[in-house]
Design a protein around this ligand. Structure first.
Ligand code: UGA
Length: 430
């Protein structure tokens, strides 16, 4: 028997809110997504999607009967049975997650007549649920259930990850609320794992920390491969065939970035430190990630002698391919260091939003990789966009002042590149 459709209010029209809202509508629920940004809401109402995420635009379009966008609180809560909190929780100056947006949503729920559950999708510190519970009680919403329902979707595959998850984690103190949230997901295949709120909050942080650990680990092995003459690509391939270890997140490179790993690993470290415990392994994981970027600059400096006056092309700017997201992207760190060393930076990216590249005032953005490397002393592959595999590398070598190529993602074939005349450097490859 198909479950009754529910009326869902989603707070926040960012990555998580839009994906959650669209997918819940796709599952048959009636969804109102609320954002305080009128510009964003106007855009969504006109049929545009403010972020680039595969399949999201189509899904929003085909569910427009059931999915609406508003800034209006009354409209959002009118008939809403379930409120999804999908606002962002950026790091504050202290390193703790800034929960001000979460609190403002919780406060706004006061008086919501039909509300049966508040569901936390935002990534929050362990223990937040207890505080939200208390705030709901205080607001006269003691009868409203609470659940933590962390998200594990990755940018670029968020819709697929939501609709075909490895697991749906629901943390709640009461069975009825857990059952209600599980029922919302009916139609999705994937194990539902029910637990207490604190454990669910921890699952999210622990998962991201372990993924970041795998990457930093293979990056450290890559450094050792460079020093010993081994090839990390071969090593990672064979290590990953052990089913206990798995092949994923063993791609070496110039470090992880994005809106989640840097923020969540710092938040977990801070959470631990607030309890008086120092997370040693995670601290090293973060340090290795910072080191990876410093090493990239150092390698270039060693090769060129100096960076002052050198023209360096950054190929790919977003924190990974398949997104337009520049948050905590490695490119921003590299550009900052290069500019500080007196280099001239040129760049190419097919998706990065111009507003986010503009702050690097002396950076010139070009329309193709070929144009970006013209007259350059070095090029760095920062993001493994597939377009870079197809680029005219033979032609590019000829137009560079010096054909120095640092392949920060091991995207290209070293032998082929050397054959074209490049001084090729990869990560952990001989
Ligand atoms: C990550 C997690 O993968 C999601 O499960 C999680 O839900 C999400 O954070 C979140 O907390 O919201 P995302 O940040 O979109 O997703 O991106 P990833 O695909 O995980 O990549 C993160 C970074 O690691 C990128 O900079 C990527 O280039 C890097 N990476 C990834 C590597 O350097 N090597 C790898 O093998 C994999």
């Amino acid at each position: 028997v198909r479950t009754p459709e529910r009326q869902v209010a989603v707070f926040g029209a960012g990555y998580i809110g839009l994906v959650t809202g669209a997918c819940l509508a796709e599952l048959g629920h009636r969804v109102v997504v609320r954002d305080i940004d009128p510009g964003k809401v106007a855009l969504l109402r006109s049929g545009d999607v403010p972020i680039y995420e595969p399949d999201l635009g189509d899904m929003i379009a085909r569910n427009k009967e059931r999915l609406s966008f508003t800034t209006d609180l009354g409209e959002t809560l009118d008939g809403a049975e379930i409120a999804y909190v999908c606002v962002d929780t950026p790091p504050s100056a202290s390193g703790d997650a800034d929960l001000s947006r979460v609190w403002s949503v919780v406060r706004s729920l006061e008086g919501a007549e039909h509300l049966r559950a508040v569901v936390m999708k935002s990534t929050v510190p362990v223990g937040t649920g207890t505080r939200v519970r208390a705030a709901l009680d205080e607001a006269g919403l003691s009868h409203v259930g609470y659940a933590a329902n962390p998200e594990f979707t990755a940018e670029g595959s968020a819709v697929r990850d939501f609709m075909r998850p490895d697991r749906i984690v629901i943390g709640s103190a009461d069975d009825a609320t857990a059952a209600l949230v599980a029922e919302l997901h009916e139609g999705i295949e994937g194990p539902v794992v029910v637990m207490d709120v604190r454990s669910a909050e921890m699952v999210k942080l622990a998962s991201n920390a372990l993924l970041a650990t795998k990457i930093s680990f293979i990056n450290e092995i890559a450094t050792l491969c460079e020093k010993t003459g081994a090839d990390v690509e071969e090593v990672a391939r064979a290590v990953g065939l052990d089913h206990r270890l798995g092949p994923h997140f063993l791609r070496p490179g110039i470090g992880w970035g994005g809106s989640c790993f840097p923020k969540d690993s710092e938040a977990l470290r801070q959470l631990a430190s607030n309890t008086g415990y120092h997370l040693q392994l995670l601290s090293a994981v973060i340090e290795v990630n910072n080191l990876q970027k410093r090493r990239a600059i150092q390698k270039l400096k060693d090769e060129l002698g100096t960076l002052t006056g050198m023209r360096v092309a950054l190929l790919g700017l977003t924190f990974k391919p398949g997104t337009d997201d520049m948050r905590e992207a490695t490119s921003t760190v590299l550009a900052g260091r290069l500019l500080a060393e007196g280099a001239e930076v040129r760049c190419w990216d097919p998706m990065a939003r111009p507003a986010e590249v503009e702050p690097w005032t002396s950076t010139t953005r070009l329309a193709t990789p070929e144009l970006a490397v013209e007259g350059a002393d070095a090029a760095i592959v920062v993001t493994e966009w597939p377009q870079l595999k197809e680029a005219d590398w033979a032609g590019m070598a000829a137009t560079m002042r010096r054909p120095v190529l640092f392949d920060g993602r091991n995207l290209l074939d070293p032998r082929e590149m050397r054959g074209l005349g490049y001084t090729y450097m990869g990560v952990g490859r001989p």
